[in-house]
Design a protein around this ligand. Sequence first.
Ligand SMILES: CCCCNCc1ccc(S(N)(=O)=O)cc1
Ligand SMILES: [Zn+2]
Length: 249
Amino acid sequence: MGLHNSHHKPCPTHLQSPINIHTRTAKYDPSLKPLKFSYDPKTAKRIVNVGHCFNVEFEDTCDRSVLGEGPLTGYYRLCQFHFHWGSSDKDGSEHNIDGKLYPAELHIVHWNSKKYTSFEEAAQHSDGVAVVGVFLKLGDTNPVLESIIQNLDRVKTKGKTCPFTEFDLTDLLPKDLNYWTYMGSLTTKPYFECVTWIILQEAITVSSEQLEQFRRLQCTSENENPSFILENHRPVQPLDHRVVRSSCP
Ligand SMILES: CCCCNCc1ccc(S(N)(=O)=O)cc1
Ligand SMILES: [Zn+2]
């Protein structure tokens, strides 16, 4: 199924992510609301090395940590956050801003708990998932990131987990919560087209040494010859007929 045109041949519509955000083409939408983060630090649970990155997982059996408003209808339940990075500080982010790459990108993953009963079910629907993307720019050591990174040697190999509780995720967000938003997909297999992307316009800082810690994670399990997660960012995908909206003019 896809858009129809005068030569009557259906052209497939791609709704894949990430994309390059061309800021001058983004359309200010005054109907977009401010983002409303309501996170309970007690829902932080553990850090897991999932092989291609590490996830910081939250308790998502009830609506104790939710994202509301913004471009969303209703609220979406926080389930995990993770990062994408590159083999050097020159690239690593998944989304680009006017062709500019950042050294890393944070993804905060939520699912529509009003309509669906799990992330896996929500991921089958176009209104199922909402991911907040935050760029990481090179700068001073980020003390909040450091509280996560100091645990990484406990999840060095694939499949390892360690407890991680009492974490206030709002401490990791920039002050300015203005955003771009568009409809897209998961950026790793199975690439389901289920994501309302909400990309913050202000970046947070990360130091070069902190990025090096990400690259020391292993994609192999402890009884295999070690190989490292040097990079895990997907190339940008065609925007096609999609419009990126902005929360500010
Ligand atoms: C259906 C189960 C798939 C597990 N993986 C979920 C997943 C993949 C990618 C992203 S991302 N990188 O688009 O934020 C979030 C969550
Ligand atoms: Zn991601």
